[in-house]
Design a protein around this ligand. Sequence first.
Ligand code: GDP
Length: 565
Amino acid sequence: MNASAFPADLVRDVARRRTFAIISHPDAGKTTLTEKLLLFGGAIQMAGTVKARKSSRHATSDWMEVEKQRGISVTSSVMQFDYLGHTVNLLDTPGHEDFSEDTYRVLTAVDAAVMVIDAAKGVEAQTIKLLEVCRLRATPIITFVNKLDREVREPVALLEEIEAVLNIDCAPITWPIGMGKAFRGVFHLLHDRLLRFTPGEERRSADSEVIAGLANPQLDRLFPDEVGALRRDVELIRGASTPFDLDLFLAGEQSPVFFGSGINNFGVQEILQALVEWAPPPQPRDGGSRVVRPAEGSFSGFVFKIQANMDLKHRDRIAFFRVCSGRYQPGMKVHHARIGRGMKLGNVHTFMANERVKSEDAVAGDIIGIHNHGQLQIGDTLTEGEALGFKGIPYFAPELFRLARPRDPFKAKQLQKGLRELGEEGAIQVFDSGSGNALLLGAVGSLQFEIVVQRLQSEYKVDAVYDTTNIFAARWLTFPDEAARRGFEKENAPNLARDVDDNPVYLAPNKYNLQLTMERWPKVGFHTTREHGQRLAHGLPSEASAAFETGRRSVEQGPVYGMRP
Ligand code: GDP
């Protein structure tokens, strides 16, 4: 379709959308930055709102014991606000103990990410994992190096670490002047001006005092002791660092880097500015049979997360749905591509920064919450009639495993039903490892098991026993031909299982075993992701399996989700 054929109102509204997530290791400052972004975006009036919710969610939500204990809340999953004529959608990536597959899947629904690094700690484990997932779709990354008001590591060393560990080029946009007690601010390399840091100031506006030009005599007056080093550092970094390149950023190959202190409101404005100026609006997406453009008139999108809702009696669920094209209108009829049936979108919400409201209007990039009774699963596509199926919302190979069996053997059926339904919701992955009544559960975060235990008890009345297993990793398998499949299955029978869609999975007891098996069977594919609803025809090549990543990287590199479209 020719771009001029797109409805003008959609072209305009889509261009204004910015949909992103913040990725970080726990305690790097994600909550603080979220709050400041909302504050400067005018979405909340008072600092402390998000934080207060973080600690008081305990008291306010009551739909489930685990939610009470852990403080997970549905209301904070998506936050929409307007900034400088743009509609910004900030998606929360559950972290800390509530790290789960949802954390990964949220990243399939964004167009950009802000990576927060604690300047004292550098690149940490969870940041590495989350960035790997962003890599699947070459998501553009903006980096915020936080906590410069503390004694931290040298900025040059931090950039080197980010480049080496995360394998992404860094282009500093601001450069810090001092740190800790001697933190004076940042020099904006593109705007050629110093933004002065004044500690402990709780300002509503994010405007810092600005001193234009490196040669400005005001700098000599204000910072007589530091000005020499400041000029030398800025000249040096200007000469030695990679210049910012918008195209490389959009290709996910280069990250613009900002230094600041979230808690002191310092450097936050620059992040918002980068989001609206540089981060991409909603992009075309692979709809299976064709590429779907965001300003097309016909409505489409996919479910990337399911949240069980408050009302236990009705098994009510909210499907988090990313609009990919067209415009949502209240009460519209859509086509549910997987089951090939119509569906009326009746009860749909938009998530604002601190409230949930009925959706009146949503375009590509927006997230709407669709209430349903189980018709919608993760990865499902809705359209206005066309048979599309959006790609790139995968299952991720679990990293934690438990064997579940019913305490009362007569409840085996009940357990299977419960686990199957929870599996469909994406709460947990379920495998059949051929060990009698016991089903193998896989997760990427340990809270997933706790949620399953609680929900099996309260919703399915099954008391299950969970045994630990000696499984290190799971990999989905593809075989070059029938003979290879038979040979592999014969030799590795004790290590094989099937997922809910009957796809073969290899369970490795340790990383050496995985490495050795991969070496012994060089033609067999060992995959760390699988598309939702994808059946592999017993692991034999089929059209569907072409979507698998084929890279065979060493296991030392940890989980790899390399499946760039
Ligand atoms: P999250 O776990 O990534 O959401 O991190 P939080 O936003 O909860 O922050 C973790 C801790 O770091 C909290 O005690 C914050 O007050 C603190 N923190 C966040 N930003 C800064 C900062 O810029 N400077 C300092 N010194 N502490 C910060």
